[in-house]
Design a protein around this ligand. Structure first.
Ligand SMILES: C[S@@+](CC[C@H](N)C(=O)[O-])C[C@H]1O[C@@H](n2cnc3c(N)ncnc32)[C@H](O)[C@@H]1O
Length: 270
């Protein structure tokens, strides 16, 4: 297969995952409740982890678990969400944040309380509609750009760039380009924060080959019955740190015990 063929297949996958999330707009936020069932503690800011794992609880291994095990996982999840939020709340977001793949606004809601303006790029108008409804009056501080991130030419630079559960959907052969876009969009001194799923145990062994250009795909279904092939890559912290460092940024990638991988970083002043 030559590069054009590889890229055609990647383009197709990117289109399919846009379509998948378009169909998921209405149920995206209730997914976590589905995963951990009614024992889920409603105080957990579950919206920050809507469970990027499809509309069914498959793949979580939770369906055959006892309610005690489910409780323990819900507690673990709550603890890890707190851990990540403590880090996120210390990031100096500045005045104007660029959020990528903002979805139903789970991170936008949190960002908007701390800054003057947010610009949010999101491909699905359906996702944006849910976000606007959730944000209420605070949506006045957000400019939504309904576009494919890879086709976005922004006319400004930002104090910080934030994205949740997006980097795992970036194809391997687009990562260098994606990191260069993030670096270009950041002002010197600007801050970066992102979070994603940590590789589950069963795929952890597939994450080790750092030279691989082969994307990992998942077949996801939707409540409406559609099946979509989406990209779900798990990058090691070393790979992520190097990719951003190659674009002139300094980032540090950490993981919680079970659920999350997250990064903070910055673009140094010249
Ligand atoms: C896993 S969701 C994350 C949503 C949100 N950041 C969160 O943490 O809840 C991924 C989001 O990326 C959006 N998306 C997918 N492909 C995109 C693309 N090429 N350009 C812009 N947004 C895209 C989807 O519509 C979806 O809202």
């Amino acid at each position: 297969m030559n590069f054009d063929e590889v890229d055609a297949s990647v383009r197709q996958a990117l289109d399919e995952q846009k379509l998948y999330y378009k169909c998921r707009a209405q149920d995206y936020d209730i997914n976590l409740a589905t995963i951990v069932d009614s024992s889920f503690d409603p105080d957990i800011p579950g919206g920050l982890y809507s469970g990027d794992r499809g509309s069914q609880p498959k793949g979580t291994g939770l369906t055959s678990q006892t309610s005690q095990e489910i409780d323990a996982l819900a507690n673990q999840l709550a603890m890890e969400i707190d851990q990540v939020l403590t880090v996120f709340d210390q990031v100096q977001l500045g005045e104007h944040v660029l959020e990528l793949a903002s979805g139903t606004g789970n991170w936008t809601q949190r960002i908007v309380k701390r800054v003057d303006r947010v610009t949010a790029i999101e491909s699905s108008v359906e996702m944006v509609a849910v976000a606007i409804a959730k944000l209420g009056e605070e949506s006045n501080k957000v400019r939504f750009v309904i576009k494919d991130i890879f086709d976005s030419e922004m006319d400004a630079t930002y104090d910080s760039v934030v994205f949740g559960f997006w980097i795992s959907h970036v194809p391997r052969n687009r990562m260098a380009h994606f990191c260069s876009m993030v670096s270009k969009w950041l002002k010197p001194g600007g801050q970066l924060f992102f979070i994603d799923d940590k590789a589950p145990m069963e795929v952890a062994s597939m994450v080790q080959d750092e030279s691989s250009q082969i994307d990992r795909y998942e077949l996801r279904d939707t409540a409406q019955g559609g099946n979509y092939r989406i990209i779900k890559n798990y990058y090691t912290s070393n790979v992520l740190e190097k990719l951003f460092s190659d674009q002139g940024m300094a980032i540090s990638v950490s993981s919680t015990n079970k659920f999350f991988q997250y990064a903070t970083g910055f673009k140094p002043n010249p």
